[in-house]
Write a protein that binds this ligand. Structure first.
Ligand code: ADP
Ligand code: MG
Length: 161
């Protein structure tokens, strides 16, 4: 597996998502990018100093799965039930970090629009794993990115992750 690493604000990010990968999913590339960026920025923001963040994609039978994992403080069970609600932020982060509590509600909205699934697993003081799964596209070439496409057409675009 090819892994690439980068460091941002002392957080080491490792990923197997690589330009030479050939995994295609159904959906809207701009929305998918926003979803992954939201999960990644949370992992960096909440993962804590000397954080390790891993972004992995995994090919499944009919789906592609993307996982964003951190080794931060984790999320309490009572917060886990609510973090995908708009404007919900856990008490622990309220005074520590800036945020409007909207990123995960967009993750929920966009992944659902793209006929995908999402979820989270977390263990206090160990870390958090967010995952999304999207239907795999049955193509080997990327559809042209056309910003002028109508909303309904965008949803069926096939693209490369
Ligand atoms: N990786 C993470 N580790 C710990 N807590 C997290 C993580 N990601 C999200 N959260 C919790 O979920 C809440 C909602 O996240 P989000 O919707 O992205 O809003 P924001 O980042 O603006 O607070 C955060 O305020 C935080 O309490
Ligand atoms: Mg956020």
């Amino acid at each position: 597996m090819v892994m690439a690493s980068a460091e941002i604000n002392g957080v080491v990010i490792t990923s197997n998502i690589h330009p030479a990968s050939s995994l295609f999913v159904e959906g809207d590339p701009l929305r998918l990018k926003q979803v992954v960026m939201n999960l990644l920025s949370n992992a960096i923001k909440y993962g804590g100093t000397s954080g390790l963040v891993t972004v992995l994609y995994k090919e499944m039978k009919d789906k592609a799965r993307i996982e964003v994992r951190d080794n931060g403080p984790g999320i309490h069970d009572h917060d886990l039930e609510r973090i995908f609600e708009p404007f919900y932020r856990s008490d622990e982060v309220l005074n520590l970090t800036e945020g409007r509590g909207l990123g995960l509600s967009l993750v929920k909205e966009f992944v659902t629009q793209m006929n995908g699934q999402y979820g989270v697993e977390s263990e206090k003081n160990k870390g958090t794993l967010f995952w999304i799964e999207l239907p795999k596209a049955n193509v080997t070439t990327e559809a042209p990115l056309a910003p002028f496409l109508k909303e309904k057409d965008k949803k069926t675009l096939k693209f490369f992750i």
